[in-house]
Ligand binder design. Structure first.
Ligand SMILES: Cc1cc2nc3c(=O)[nH]c(=O)nc-3n(C[C@H](O)[C@H](O)[C@H](O)COP(=O)(O)OP(=O)(O)OC[C@H]3O[C@@H](n4cnc5c(N)ncnc54)[C@H](O)[C@@H]3O)c2cc1C
Length: 242
């Protein structure tokens, strides 16, 4: 039997855009078919200001469907606690996640970084988070690393006894890293971003957990490069999905 890997600890998440077919032009093409019919493709590049105006109009008046004719696939590596929240987003999202039944789970665990605020103040639904002291950070890292090591050793012990992976994994905590492919379109991404980021331009503020927000921020950065006019209109109209 090969020797078990020793646990490693991460404070960051990975988000890679692995495939995309997503441009502002896709939105215009879809919207203009309403009035230009099959001429709509020719109309696209004629007047950039008009195009910007149309995207703003669609966003403001919440004509959402033209924002669905595009596709982005992201590879995400993050703790399971993020995936539990992420996969609640049902509409316009497709997911495939690594299996804990078919492969041995690797010992990569989440430990909050020094910039992660640790202290929760306020009432449910409207918490504020304040900086932790150095002692609190030390307590968090110490307790988490200890618990992770123990849990992973128990997992290994069961595998060594010939117990199935799907049974042994029950001891592993939600701080374990998992990975998935997530495919969405601009409309479903905007809905996700409206709920999973905290931004002062938002008409309806949200209070996401920091770890899913770290994923959302990286997705937004990559999407903004693909669809700058749509991204600007999303911000200008209060970060509400059309
Ligand atoms: C800050 C925050 C705290 C949260 N806390 C909790 C919690 O304590 N417990 C908990 O269980 N969840 C919690 N959630 C998850 C939340 O309830 C949603 O499941 C999640 O945000 C996905 O939102 P959604 O349903 O709008 O998205 P999607 O599933 O992507 O749906 C998008 C939109 O499609 C429409 N839609 C989709 N499915 C239906 C349907 N079946 N019927 C009618 N319309 C539909 C709705 O308009 C919906 O907004 C929390 C979310 C946030 C952002």
């Amino acid at each position: 039997m090969t020797e078990a890997a020793s646990p490693t600890f991460r404070s960051d998440v990975t988000v890679e855009l692995v495939r995309s077919a997503a441009t502002d032009t896709d939105v215009l093409w879809a919207a203009r078919v309403s009035t230009a019919g099959e001429q709509s493709l020719e109309e696209l590049q004629r007047d950039p200001e008009k195009s910007k105006g149309l995207i703003n109009f669609l966003m403001r008046d919440r004509h959402g469907t033209p924002f669905e004719h595009n596709s982005m696939t992201f590879f995400v590596s993050a703790p399971i606690l993020v995936f539990r929240e992420f996969q609640r987003h049902r509409a316009g999202w497709s997911y495939n996640e690594e299996s804990g039944r078919y492969r041995e789970l690797q010992p990569v665990f989440y430990v909050p970084g020094q910039d992660r605020k640790l202290v929760q103040v306020g009432r449910p639904g409207k918490y504020e988070f304040h900086e932790g002291t150095p002692e609190q950070h030390e307590a968090v890292s110490g307790a988490m690393e200890r618990a992770y090591r123990e849990a992973y050793a128990a997992y290994q012990e069961m595998l060594a006894e010939g117990v199935a992976r799907e049974v042994a994994r029950a001891v592993l905590p939600v701080g374990l890293f998992s990975s998935m492919y997530a495919t969405c379109n601009a409309r479903s991404l905007m809905h996700f971003l409206s709920l999973r980021t905290k931004d002062e331009r938002a008409k309806v503020p949200s209070f996401p957990q920091r770890e899913i927000e770290m994923v959302a921020e990286q997705m937004e950065e990559q999407w903004a490069k693909l669809m700058p006019l749509t991204h600007a209109a999303f911000n200008a109209h209060g970060r509400v999905a059309p």
